[in-house]
Design a protein around this ligand. Structure first.
Ligand code: BMA
Length: 339
């Protein structure tokens, strides 16, 4: 049993592999990565940056699937073990709350979270440029799309798994219409998931760690722990060969998550393996989901690799939190409320 507790449900069948012997890091990769291959379904070329949740004793996911026309769309996938996935070939069809088709032009980098009786999905959608789309499902068969959460341009919309002080809370990363060469993580609140306000800056790029010097963006749904919200996030550095995406972690205040308590100076995982360094976009490790077992403190992290594959890594919550605390460097202003 981990010393620092996750506040949440047990997940006995969490996909899991023990840490390799003599391994020094706090995150280790699944030794049979990647979980998906090139051309995984008839109409899709690559499936990566995707989100999974427990469902009826098994697992379901919303997958980012780039079709053979090069455009990103969302597909549902099913799995008994969280490792072997059967991904549907047709994309998700969205309807609005009146039942009319409301299909995004493109859709990518989904996150999924269960709040009360619904699974909410946020993704990067086309609204005269990229911004945050939001919708929900109860059964992963019918999908209701709500009004777009934010104005363009924005990406990496990530909901907290419960209301905080009576409001829904969403992290996001204001951006530009292209391959944004800047970016900090902000937070917005809402009473109804329609009207958003009380915007705060959570954390900014930079610090002495170059891996997060260009931009940062929230990754999976934050994990509630006794020590605060554990947030895995991606950080980007610009090299002579383009952007390199790594990921790290931060701990946010439980009652006021715009305050960063601790934040890693060094990355947790950076592209090293061939399935991370070689692919459609080389050198990308982009986490979008975790499964957590509150009983044992186990965390399974799903991350997109090289914009080509879904990959999996593992960690124990107490090891990650202790590592973040021991190697923390909070960038000026991150500890503040940010208003
Ligand atoms: C970002 C997003 C991600 C992608 C990354 C690297 O802007 O589009 O989906 O993984 O670039 O290409």
């Amino acid at each position: 049993m981990g010393k620092i507790k996750i506040i949440g449900e047990p997940l006995e069948n969490i996909p899991w592999q023990e840490k390799p012997e003599n391994y020094e890091g706090v995150i280790w990769r699944y030794d049979k990565n990647p979980l998906t291959k090139w051309n995984p379904t008839k109409r899709t070329a690559r499936i990566f940056n995707s989100a999974v949740v427990p469902f009826n004793g098994e697992f379901v996911g919303v997958f980012r699937a780039d079709h053979k026309d090069g455009k990103a769309r969302l597909h549902v996938g099913w799995s008994k073990d969280g490792i072997n996935w059967k991904i549907e070939d047709p994309e998700i069809i969205w309807k609005d709350e009146k039942g009319n088709i409301y299909q995004p032009n493109y859709a990518y980098d989904p996150r999924v979270v269960k709040i009360e009786d619904k699974f909410y999905i946020t993704w990067c959608t086309d609204f005269y440029g990229p911004t945050i789309g939001i919708g929900y499902t109860k059964d992963f068969k019918e999908f209701i799309r709500m009004e777009n959460a934010f104005l363009p341009y924005n990406r990496n919309g990530v909901l907290f798994p419960r209301k905080i002080n009576g409001n829904y809370v969403m992290l996001s990363r204001p951006s530009d219409s292209g391959h944004t060469p800047f970016g900090d993580i902000f937070l917005s609140e809402s009473k109804d998931l329609i009207y958003w306000g009380r915007h705060r800056r959570v954390m900014s790029r930079g610090g002495s760690g170059w891996w997060q010097s260009l931009k940062i963006g929230a990754g999976p749904i934050p994990i509630e722990t006794e020590e605060g919200w554990l947030l895995f996030y991606h950080g980007v550095v610009l090299t002579c060969n383009g952007y390199v995406y790594s990921f790290g972690a931060a701990i946010l205040d439980l009652n006021n998550p715009s305050r960063v308590l601790y934040r890693l100076r060094d990355y947790l995982l950076t592209p090293e393996m061939e399935y991370e360094t070689v692919g459609f976009v080389p050198n990308v490790a982009f986490p979008c989901a975790t499964l957590v077992d509150a009983e044992t403190g186990r965390i399974a992290i799903y991350y997109g690799s090289a914009d080509t594959y879904v990959s999996l890594a593992f960690a124990y919550v107490d090891e990650v939190i202790n590592f973040v605390k021991e190697n923390s460097e909070v960038v000026p202003g991150d500890k503040d409320e940010g208003r």
